[in-house]
Write a protein that binds this ligand. Sequence first.
Ligand code: GLN
Length: 543
Amino acid sequence: MDGNMTRYIFVTGGVCSSLGKGISVASLGLLLEGHGYKISVIKMDPYLNVDPGTMSPFQHGEVYVTEDGAETDLDLGYYERFTNAVLTRKNSVSTGQIYFTVIQRERRGDYLGRTVQVIPHITNEIKKRIYDIAAQDSLDFVLVEIGGTVGDIESIPFLETIRQIRQELGKNRVMNVHLTLVPMIGVAGELKTKPTQHSVKELMELGILPDILLCRTGSALSDELKRKIALFCNVSERNVIAAEDIHTSIYDIPSMLHKNGYDDIVLEHFNLSPGPLKLPKWDKFIKTLHNPKNKVTIAVVGKYISLQDSYRSIYEALVHGAAANEADMEIRRFDSEDIENMKKPNFKSLFADVDGILVPGGFGSRGIEGKVATINYARTEKVPFFGICLGLHCAVIEYARNLCGLKGAQTKEIDPNAEHPVISYLVDQDIVEKGGTMRLGAYRCNFTEGSRIKEIYGRSHAMERHRHRLEFTLTYKEIFEENGMVFGGVNPEHNLVETIELPGHPWFLGTQFHPEFKSKPTEPHPLFRDFIRAAVEYRKKRR
Ligand code: GLN
């Protein structure tokens, strides 16, 4: 048992995936904070990968990196953007991790000859991880999102664990929320409750009775429909809550859920009086988001463009930056491979009404030359440019080839035998030992006096998150400086290049770190805020 009074809210999903479970959990976290409670959030993923670090962004969306360097599910990004919870590797749990721990323990002989089984050994390990979070700080609530859909074979140990926790701690400390779909059958024009009934039935077979049914629907639920769902699914009518489709912005979801009574009903379950909801910073952001005075168009030129979730944090950080500039933003997504395949890309027409170009991070060789060509256009035509991680690498390559006279400049990621490896592995620079190849999580970056980046941050240093193997090759630093590039941000431990900038350009900045992971609607990241400011200005000058 856990040793304190933390309450637990378990959120499961039914019918199908992509119902917005992660955002609904983040929204509930925000609402509970608005009632004055301290919360944390855990994501439990039923897959066997130890973490999503090895999964393709095409398959799984972006890999979100926490301050302590864990490669996690992108839902953690939503939790951090919506709430004040400080998340670490402990907040992201997968079946792979659980089995890995239990099997290691078995090999050490810790189970003293006993048979090691899913119940209790796997379930106890899951339980321990949930209780450990609650034990960290004096939290009022721990929200636990169970990934996947009820009915999947893989999620059964997690569901069994939450059944046991409810049994152990009782209703006053535990609540089960089930997110389902109430689809509209087009021709009949009717909302259908049967999928929800089936999904709740599956949950009940596992011994879990939902306290709240959060029903994803195209429109509001009628009282009659709520009555029907309540009757068949064994919940009170009041606890059938509509999670309506929102077509404006994901940031409008919390207020929709609040309007439909979600937070009040959750608090009632725990015998807590709701009181007023106070979210002044959030409300201010929503107001500016919906009252833009400017317009701006940003091009994102990357490799994983076809899937929205692959650059999720980048897109969100751009939204925060746009709101901070009262700008209505359009994001245009360009596949750098398409640009690469064009014989002579006509950038002027391709980017005709683009006010800023962002080249995000990525891995592998595909599309690199398309990015380099795009950056050349942004540099020479003085279009605001922001390069992140691989985006910085490409900017360095472009500068080396065209301004430093290093024709054979390349990243070692593509050509290990490059004539001028201006970007190379940490191991090559004796910075990490072989084996420990990735630089992950937050590192300090010091800003040099007089640099643009220092001015933008308004501080002498920052802690920013990393996820990469390659770096600017320090032996080339002087040649770049002689040719006008400024290295405004430096890592103090190893003198590594953290940021690049070009003084004569309206806005040309690259970062080795990923600032997008730390941007929030209520605290837009200074670099995204200033990039959009420059793009808005560029647009005004151009017209
Ligand atoms: N592939 C590059 C590296 O490993 C860049 C990584 C990134 O953009 N996140 O260094």
